[in-house]
Design a protein around this ligand. Structure first.
Ligand code: PMV
Length: 332
């Protein structure tokens, strides 16, 4: 079997963690220190076209129509995992497009690496099971494993012969509990400190890091149970707790990691007021200043209007829950 001229296009969506991952148990193997639980979106999409080309001496990565050499080492390491399985050396041209701002806390690396492994698996005809593709994507970006699946997705950690190993699986189909997400974009610039550097700094310097790791398993179990019962109030409480705990441990690093801006805080206040008024909404925030408001379907329009009116919110992106990474076109 030759991968010559084999080509595949995959799409994947970002996911948003409700129970957060922050910190690595093993930095070399990129094993997360904590499990996580996320929702996969449908409103934001990464489309990745990959073509193995025997004439290429190295992989080429083009993001949004521009060569992105700073990303090529990570792309190559990820593709190498699949090339090893297929026993081929051929390099690839990878062209990826996001229909949302890149590197601004909207998890473009998650959808990007999820789409990449799915496209490479198809082009190389490796036939790797989805959970195993998730594990390959995880080695490039911890949160990418979750974008292989749709709906509600859990990464759990289990102790094995080679130490702790993460396992990714779907907890609930998107149609089983069709929540909405309103993203309040407060800044579209790239973040100051990337997640890997931020995690290393937090692990090394935060006096609260061990408390974060020790308490996250209970948060994950509570969130999984809330999802299984479709209990929005319970999921809201535990998700906001996980988010605020993650930001507390980030803030307590040295120097402290402050990913929020003024509009981020105003959105939190507004969401809490709405919830106190009986509107089904809660917030979550990642390593960037955007606020993601998770809502019951009937609350989504109101939440979008209210957050759009918060000073400093430049753009509102709305989404439902979507499917996992998948092939949309293949040749060869
Ligand atoms: O996948 P990474 O290495 O970019 O880390 C993602 C970390 C957070 O987005 C802040 C939390 C999470 O679980 O997605």
């Amino acid at each position: 079997m030759s991968p010559n001229a084999a080509e595949a296009t995959a799409v994947a969506h970002p996911n948003i963690a409700l129970i957060k991952y922050w910190g690595k148990a093993d930095a070399v193997r990129n094993i997360p220190a904590v499990g996580s639980l996320s929702i996969t979106l449908d409103g934001l999409t990464t489309t990745t076209r990959l073509r193995f080309d025997p004439d290429l001496g190295a992989d080429r990565f083009v993001l949004g129509g521009r060569r992105a050499p700073e990303m090529e080492a990570r792309v190559t390491s990820c593709l190498d995992l699949l090339r090893q399985r297929a026993d081929v050396e051929t390099r690839a041209l990878v062209e990826s497009d996001n229909d949302f701002p890149t590197a601004a806390g909207l998890a473009s690396s998650a959808s990007g690496f999820a789409a990449l492994v799915v496209a490479a698996d198809r082009a190389l005809r490796t036939g790797i099971a989805t959970a195993d593709l998730a594990d390959l994507a995880r080695q490039a970006s911890g949160s990418a494993a979750r974008s292989l699946f749709g709906g509600f997705v859990e990464v759990s950690l289990t102790a094995g012969a080679r130490g702790v190993m993460p396992r990714t699986k779907q907890v609930l189909e998107p149609s089983a509990w069709p929540l909405g997400v309103v993203v309040a974009v407060t800044d579209t610039g790239p973040k100051d400190v990337g997640s890997t550097e931020g995690m290393v700094r937090t692990e090394r310097t935060s006096p609260y890091y061990s408390a974060w790791v020790d308490s996250s398993g209970a948060d994950l179990a509570e969130a999984r149970a809330a999802v299984e019962r479709l209990d929005f109030e319970a999921l809201a409480d535990i998700s906001e707790l996980s988010c605020l705990k993650m930001h507390a441990v980030m803030l307590s690093a040295r120097p402290g990691l402050v990913y929020w801006n003024g509009a981020t805080v105003e959105c939190i206040r507004r969401i809490r007021e709405l919830r106190a008024d009986g509107v089904g909404v809660f917030f979550t925030i990642d390593a960037g200043p955007q606020v993601k408001a998770v809502c019951l379907p009937e609350a989504q329009n109101r939440v979008a209007t209210e957050l759009g009116a918060v000073p400093g919110v430049g753009r509102i992106i709305e989404s439902g829950l979507g499917d996992g990474a998948r092939i949309v076109e293949a040749v060869g």
